[in-house]
Design a protein around this ligand. Structure first.
Ligand SMILES: Nc1nc2c(ncn2[C@@H]2O[C@H](COP(=O)(O)OP(=O)(O)OP(=O)(O)O)[C@@H](O)[C@H]2O)c(=O)[nH]1
Ligand SMILES: [Zn+2]
Length: 249
């Protein structure tokens, strides 16, 4: 893949939201990109609260790497640099205000490659200009920052949904009916697992909510195609930029 890791950033104040996290994950899983989580503004809450929030994530997403950090702590910034593997490519996703720009500015030393703005048509066919920056860390890791990509809508299909909720996906194979919606059917393995407490109500509810949205997205096929095309174009242009930069080294 052209992007190795998608970092979902949430701040540890009111922005922290497990459901939003799961939505970003669905998107990242669809792109066959490895997800990771950065929790910013750790200076705003206590160490105990940080651990508690990390545990909330681990409970539903045991395999994901979660790092808390404060942009106000030089020590945290030094630490976070070791997260990035040389020559791997990362992109940073998250709501406005969580501290993405601040983090990137903290990580940039001398090397900063500003790439050409890309002109693309927006939904109404008007040309808009998106600025993208490739940030190269001292160790050669590349971070792609494109404000337009940060808040991509959830492009749901069942593949991404399945890998985000993989324990539910596995159970679904055991449902009595092949087209089970896991809501009212008898012989539904998912509902049984919820009843027996093997899957928490909260996780089940999130699954159903996103599952319904994904079915809606299946219907608006053209919208989805449009987004896919945009994403493909984006990834290709990133690849070109990376080649250019590697050529300069
Ligand atoms: N307390 C605290 N404030 C932070 C931290 N990181 C960023 N901020 C502040 O949060 C505000 C938003 O930070 P930005 O870096 O602009 O957030 P962003 O994610 O880039 O937002 P957009 O550019 O709108 O996408 C700024 O006022 C920052 O100073 C942090 O770790 N701790
Ligand atoms: Zn079922």
């Amino acid at each position: 893949a052209n992007i190795d890791t998608g970092i979902i950033m949430q701040s540890l104040d009111s922005n922290f939201n497990l459901r939003r996290l799961e939505r970003y994950l669905v998107m990242i899983n669809e792109g066959k990109i490895t997800p990771a989580v950065f929790l910013s503004k750790s200076d705003l809450i206590s160490k105990e609260e940080i651990e508690q929030k990390k545990n909330e994530i681990r409970k539903i997403l045991p395999d994901i790497s979660v790092t808390a950090l404060s942009n106000n702590s030089p020590e945290d910034i030094e630490n976070i640099k070791t997260f990035f593997t040389p020559f791997k490519t990362y992109c940073l996703l998250g709501s406005s205000g969580v501290g993405k720009t601040t983090l990137l500015n903290n990580l940039i030393q001398k090397e900063l490659f500003k790439t050409q703005p890309i002109r693309e048509k927006d939904g109404r066919g008007k040309h808009t200009t998106t600025k993208r920056e490739l940030i190269i860390l001292e160790n050669g890791a590349i971070i792609i920052d494109n404000p337009g990509m940060r808040e991509l809508g959830v492009i749901s299909d069942e593949t991404g949904l399945g890998s985000t909720f993989n324990e539910i996906d596995e159970l679904a194979d055991k449902c009595k009916y092949k087209d089970c919606t896991h809501t009212v059917e008898t012989g539904c393995a998912v509902l049984e697992a919820v009843e027996h407490g093997e899957i928490s109500e909260e996780r089940y509810n999130n699954f159903i909510k996103i599952y319904k949205e994904s079915q809606y997205n299946e219907m608006s096929y053209l919208d989805k195609r449009e987004k896919d095309k945009k994403f493909g174009k984006y990834v290709r242009s990133v690849k070109k930029d990376i080649k250019k930069i590697k050529g300069r080294e």
